[in-house]
Design a protein around this ligand. Structure first.
Ligand code: BGC
Length: 745
């Protein structure tokens, strides 16, 4: 499945390796409960900055240092009597200063839901993957997604989330694409911004990660990304810029990789020049787990917190301050940034009372997100929706569709309700576990067609599956692509015999429908043979019910692809991924804690496609993808007309020309003047338009100057290039039905 696998974690070795890290800072043992905060910093009429300054003025140097590093990952790795402290045992823990009533930072991984709940026998909602939610293009839904995670974190006593992944799908084989928000910086940035703002409104510090250019997992700890500044300001960094500015996120996690020669967590260009100065980021930068590599260099570059461990930002930092290598003012600024983020979300003001998460609400949100996320890719001859009353026999094939739906692995893995539907050997390394949520497509399909004979075949033998398909009115083949942090896909093919399975079934039954459960884009050599296909991603705890609702037409699909599906790897900017395994002896250590070993073999990856990420590459190189960015079908049809553009807005009509109510994601693209050097389309606005049959609406969308700008490296500023801009609107990046133009001086 993968080019680089996460190492086998041996408990004995780990106990020794991690003891320093797990224990957390001194003073983390059970102690008296946090006194009710008093003091002038509790005056809510003051700003978060003022309150942070007031409390920081009371802190000793040691107390300040204690906020800048912490323990973590106790649930994963345990320890003799884990959790050994007040830590809730998830990814990170930093005790507050009890004498000042300062709350603890209890950090949980929460990309698609709160992780590791099973340790306490608790419930957390497994939402559809991040890229699935992005396929909804729906900012309201992104807010619901973030609010739900924030609520469930708060209910369980966590005070900080480690979610908000917004790395672009620059390398479509990246194993973490399921956690992210697709390939377009504006779409991804707006979505993560909405999600994090809503999460923080629940009184939890939000984080956006992995900053930046951690666009592949292979060699993530020692890969040196080479790419030019203008390109990243207009692509990867723009997603962070929008996300940070729109959410006011309290934290940004710097990534494992190097960028143009410096580790991201000690890269002053990334952390100080761009993030803190240009984006105006007020919060704190914490390292990805083990991603800190130095003391003075990192701190002076802009790192504010080492996680987890105390190798660089504990005693060595104190010494660096005392020696004058790090000015006291910089240390105070680090502390200020952490405290102001805590005040800003109300950590000091809200009671940390725990309660049972609202399971019904969580499940409801998860199902709605899934329904808005499933992309209908092909629907020949109106194969879908299925008419329950007319179908007599249905073959359901493959992907454990009798018991569950797939989820994404690694630190984003949400524990499955009731356990893994497809149990794995207990010794399976954490990052290699393939977890299926107990949402059974077979059951959901049977419930929709109670009078049909619905049979299941596991799909391991294509000939047997084809026999069942031949004897059925309709064959629904489920295919899957497991993904996890720590590894990339070697190519874009579905793993195992699944392509052969689909072909065999399609040859046996002309009414073959394929449902994909993948992390991101895959190739589909069989697409011409099947009558319908839908991308369900990792659809979460109610995935099967959402899939069935779309198959049988209870929900009209509206989602659109947030990333391009290539016909083959030959069409990618890099037909082969750049990988280079580390020396065998270093591999385990470096993969687990990159910062523990700095001299592993580094290698360069040149993202020389620059800002031509995703559809921009296909447009600029005139390549036809399998399915373009922004594409997705509906059970109704829409018509665009009458586009009028002005310097600040665009107006056009969308009409539902079919017989069903639906929601059309109307997309607006701009082509910049030739002087920009960017002769390809960029998404600049969109709206989900809900339309009854026959209904027509006028849509007016703002044209944000930033989204029309280029980044001038010499001036170190965004600028609008004078000239004519083509503004087009339509159903996808390749179906732009109406156009106009504007002139900017
Ligand atoms: C991942 C982060 C995660 C952290 C803590 C790292 O391996 O890259 O995304 O938040 O671990 O679990």
């Amino acid at each position: 499945m993968s080019t680089v696998t996460f190492p086998n974690l041996r408990q004995a070795a780990l106990t020794a390796l991690l003891s320093a890290v797990l224990a957390g800072p001194a003073g983390a043992q059970f102690g008296p409960p946090r006194p009710k905060p008093t003091g002038p910093w509790m005056n809510k009429s003051l700003s978060a900055d003022q309150r942070a300054d007031l409390i920081a003025a009371q802190m000793t140097l040691d107390e300040k240092i204690s906020l800048l590093h912490g323990g973590g990952w106790q649930m994963l790795f345990g320890g003799a009597d884990a959790p050994p402290s007040k830590s809730l045992g998830n990814a990170g823990y930093i005790p507050g200063v009890a004498r000042l009533g300062m709350p603890d930072l209890q950090m949980a991984d929460a990309a698609v839901g709160v992780t590791h709940s099973s340790v306490y026998g608790r419930y957390s909602t497994a939402l559809p993957s991040g890229v699935a939610a992005a396929a909804s293009w729906d900012l309201d839904l992104a807010r619901e997604y973030g609010a739900l995670i924030g609520m469930e974190l708060h209910d369980q006593g966590y005070t900080m989330s480690l979610g908000g992944g917004v790395n672009l799908a620059r390398e479509p084989r990246n194993g973490r694409i399921f956690e992210y928000k697709g390939e377009d910086p504006i779409l991804a940035g707006k979505l993560v911004g909405a999600e994090m703002k809503a999460l923080q409104a629940q009184g939890v510090v939000g984080d956006i990660k992995h900053y930046a250019l951690n666009d592949q997992e292979s060699g993530r700890s020692y890969i040196n990304v080479k790419v030019d500044q203008r390109a990243i300001r207009e692509s990867d960094l723009l997603a962070f810029e929008i996300g940070v500015k729109e959410s006011g996120a309290g934290a940004v996690m710097c990534s494992y990789n190097l960028l143009n020669g410096d580790y991201a967590c000690e890269n002053s260009y990334l952390l100080t020049d761009v993030l803190k100065k240009d984006f105006g980021f007020q919060g704190f930068v914490l390292s990805d787990w083990g991603g800190t590599h130095s003391t003075a260099k990192a701190v002076l570059a802009g790192l504010d917190m080492e996680m987890p461990g105390n190798t660089y930002l504990a005693d060595p930092l104190k010494k660096a301050v005392e020696d004058g290598q790090v000015p006291m003012a910089r240390l105070d600024n680090m502390v200020h940034r952490i405290l102001r983020s805590e005040f800003a979300v109300g950590l000091f003001d809200n009671s940390p009372e725990r309660q049972v998460p609202d399971v019904f609400h969580g499940i409801d949100v998860a199902e709605r997100v899934a329904e808005q996320s499933i992309v209908l890719l092909k629907n020949a001859n109106g194969q879908l929706p299925l008419a329950a009353s007319r179908v007599k026999t249905i073959a359901v094939i493959g992907s454990h569709a009798d018991v569950g739906v797939l989820s994404g692995g690694g630190s984003a893995q949400v524990d499955p309700m009731g356990g893994n539907a497809v149990p794995q050997p207990a010794e399976t390394p954490f990052f290699e576990r393939v977890v299926w949520h107990r949402s059974s497509p077979l059951k959901a399909i049977r419930a929709k067609a109670p009078h049909a004979d619905v049979q299941y075949d596991g799909g391991t033998d294509p000939a047997a599956a084809a026999r069942l398909a031949k004897a059925s009115d309709v064959a629904i083949v489920f295919v899957n692509q497991p993904s996890s942090e720590g590894s990339d896909h070697p190519n874009l093919s579905l793993p195992g015999n699944q392509d052969a399975l689909v072909s065999a079934v399609a040859a046996a039954n002309p009414h073959t429908i394929v449902v994909l459960e993948t992390g991101g884009a895959v190739t589909m050599p069989w697409i011409g043979q099947v009558s319908a296909a839908m991308e369900a991603w990792y659809p979460g705890v109610r995935g099967a019910e959402a899939i069935a609702n779309i198959l049988f037409g209870d929900v009209n699909p509206s989602a659109k692809l947030p990333l391009t599906f290539a016909k083959s790897e030959a069409d990618l900017p890099h037909p082969k991924p750049t990988t280079q395994p580390p020396p065998a002896s270093d591999k385990d250590m470096v993969e687990i804690f990159p910062g523990f070993k700095d001299n592993a073999t580094r290698f360069d990856v040149s993202y020389d496609e620059g800002l031509l990420v995703g559809y921009k590459w296909y447009d600029a190189k005139d390549k036809t993808p399998l399915f373009p960015f922004g594409f997705g079908l509906s059970y109704t049809t829409y018509e665009y007309s009458n586009l009028k553009a002005s310097k600040s807005s665009v107006t056009f009509q969308v009409k539902n020309t079919g017989a069903r109510a639906g929601a059309e994601i109307a997309e607006v693209y701009a082509t910049l003047p030739p002087a920009s050097g960017e002769q390809f389309n960029r998404l600049v606005a969109w709206e989900k338009v809900r339309l009854a049959p026959g209904e027509s609406k006028s849509v007016t969308l703002r044209l944000e100057p930033l989204y029309l700008s280029i980044f001038n490296v010499e001036k170190d500023a965004w600028e609008l290039v004078p000239g004519d801009y083509i503004i087009q609107a339509g159903a996808s990046s390749r179906e732009l039905a109406v156009r106009g133009s504007i002139h900017l001086d």
